[in-house]
Design a protein around this ligand. Sequence first.
Ligand code: M6R
Length: 579
Amino acid sequence: MCGIVGYLGYRQAAEVCMEGLLRLEYRGYDSFGIATVSPEITLFKETGKISAAKDSIHLNGTCGIGHTRWATHGVPSKTNAHPFTDCTGKLAVVHNGIIENYAQLKRELEERGHTFVSETDTEVIPHLIEEQYAGNLCEAVAKILPLLEGAYAILVITEDTQEIVAARKGSPLVLGIGDNEYIFASDGLPILDYTRRVIYLEDGDLADVTPAGYTIYHGAEVVERKTAVLEWDAADIRKGGFAHYMLKEMYEQPEVFSNTASSIAENPSLLCRLRDARSITIVACGTSANAATVFAYLMETVCGIPTRVVLASEFKYYPTPKNDVVIAVSQSGETADTIAALKIAKEKGAKTFCLTNVLGSSLTRTAETTFYTRAGPEVSVAATKSFTAQVAAFMEMVNIISGGKLTEDIAEIQRYLPEVLEYDVDAAVELVKDAATLLYVGRGLSYPIALEGALKMKEISYIHAEGYAAGELKHGPFALLSESTPVVAVCLSGITYPVMMSNLKEMKARCAPEIVLGNAGDLDAEEIADVFIPLPKVSEIAGSILASVVLQMLAYKTAVSLGTDVDMPRNLAKSVTVE
Ligand code: M6R
C-alpha cells in the first residue's frame, strides 16, 4: 500500500526519496510523486513504475518528501498522486492511510473558498494546514490533527523553512537518525543505506525535524522516544543475482526455518502461557492465516489444546472466550485487519500475543508479548519465507510444549528443504499454465498447505485456483471437474493416505488431470497421477511442509512462464494497511 519517505540533510532530497520509494516498491503502488524545497516547493508526479521515470526527475534541494500511492480514493493518475499542495502552493503533504471524514472536511473547505484538484481524501490536509499556518508549521499541523478521523502517517514541508513535520496515527512511520541527516519512511528499508538508528513513532506522535535536530511531541508534551537499531542488512534487500525477489526469498527458507525454530526457546514464560491456555484463538490474514491453520492443527492434535483460527477481518463478529489467549500473526505487523482484531481481543480481556517478522511494527505495540520470526526482509508481495518462518515458529512452540514430540519432524524438514527447492516442476507447469481453474486438495495438515498453494498460484499467475479439504469436493466443487480442470493433490503416507487415494480415483473418474505430491516410491499414487512429484519418505507432518515449498515453486515457475509481474502482482500490496 502507500509508502512515504522524507529527507532532510545535506544530500539531494529527491534522490534519497526516489531510492527510498524504490525500496518501498514492494508494498505495491500505481503512481508516485516527490516534492522538494528548492527554495519554492517543486513537484514531480507520475503514474506507473518509478524506474521508468527515474531520469525525468530533476528536483533540487536537501529537504523533500516522496510517496508511492496505491489507489483508494480516485483512479491511479498524476492528478491523484501525492504530494498535494494547498491553494498557495507553499505547503506540500504526503499521506499514508485513509481520512474517513474527508468528504465533510472537503465540503467545508470548499465553502470557505478552497479549490481541490484531486479525488483523494489526502488533499484536505494541506488546505486545513494552510488555514492554520502563520509561520510555525509544527503548530499548524498540531492544530489540524484533531480534525482528522481515520488513520494517517503524514509528512509536511513548507517553502519557508528547512523542516519536515510528521504525524502518526494508525499508519507506520519510522524516523532514521543519521549524522546531520534525517530520513522518515514507512518502514526501515529506505533508511538502511544511511543509518541504522531509528525511532518508531507512536500513535499520536508529532515530530518536528529541522537541521538543528528533532523534537517529538505527544499532545502538549515533549516526549523522548527510545532509539532502536535496525537489524536487517542493506544486502538483504537486493536480489543478489536471482531473477526475482520471490525466488531469492524461497531459497532463503532453509536458513530461515532453522533460525526461527532455534529462537523460540528464548521466550520460556510465553510458552508456559500457551501450555496453560484453556483455548487459543489466532487472528491473521492470507498466508499468515494459512500458517496459523498449520499451528491450530498441530496444537490440537499434538498438545490437545483447543485452537481455532479466525480470519482477522471477521474477528469482530465473533465472541472472544473469557481468558482466551489470542495470537495475531502477521509478517508485516502492519495489516490493519489483524491489528484491529488484536485490539478488540485486548479490550475484551484476552491475553494477547503476536508473531511478526518486523521489529517495532504496529502489531508489537498492541500485543502484550511479541515473538519474532527470523525471516529477514520479505520484499516479494507473495509471502514465501515468512510462511515457512511462521510454520517453524509454531512447530517449535508445539514441540516444546509437547515435550519434544515434533523433534523428528523438524529435523526432517531442515534436512530436506534444500533438496525440494531443486525439484523439477516443469511438467506440472505445462499442465496448469493454460488452465482457467485449478483445484488444490489435501487432508489434515495438507489442507492448509493446499489453501496456501492455491493462494500463491492465484496471486502471482492470475489463474483462478482454490484450495479445498479433499473430502469437501463432493459437496459442490465436483461440478467443476473436467479434463480442463487440473487438480493439485498432496497425498502423503500417513493417516490421510487411504482416503486421499480414494479421492484421487474419484477425481480421475471425472477426467481431471492430476498433479500428485506423494512420497517417493509410492507406486499407486504415481500410477494414478498425470504428473507425480516425489517428496522424500518423511513423516506426514514434515512431508506437508516440504510440499508447501514445491507448491511455491510451481506457482513461481507458472507465473514466470506466463510473464506476469511476479514480485509485484497486479492490484496487490505487501502491507494491507486498510481494513
Ligand atoms: O503481513 P501479513 O502477514 O499480515 O499479510 C497478510 C496477507 O496480506 C499476506 O499474507 C498475503 O496473503 C500474501 N501476499 C500472500 O502471499
